[in-house]
Ligand binder design. Sequence first.
Ligand code: ZN
Length: 158
Amino acid sequence: MEVTKAICVLKGTGAVTGSIHLKAGEGGHSTIIMGEIYGLTPGKHGLHVHTFGDISKGCGSTGPHFNPCNETHGAPQDKKRHVGDLGNIEADENGTARFEIVDRLLRLAGKHAIIGRTMVVNDKEDDLGKGTDEESRETGNHGPGVAWGIIGVDEDPK
Ligand code: ZN
């Protein structure tokens, strides 16, 4: 089965909820990520795909950022980045973030496939690997997750 659509329903231990829809871009050269997240603190929050789909201990058991190419942490537009690095999303004064990201590395199928892995929204802003400490190049100092969900297959488009 060729997966061309996916969904991720987000929940955490607090008030943050949301959902993210993903679909394969034209010609399979990109992935489009559309989300609506509620209950955030206003401002920027990191968004990443973590390696594992194990949410038995919340986002704490989902492993590091999905990194099949063994790179350092970065911004989505950087050459060196984790495949799972989606940068930041921004919540408005009501705590709602609506976004559409076109990403060139994430895929729903193949070596960079993210189906069965976990999407995590963070408490804080991702410094995109630009900080001076070691943690910056690993996670971007984005703090704990406030909502997470496993990325699953969604309906066939036909
Ligand atoms: Zn990363």
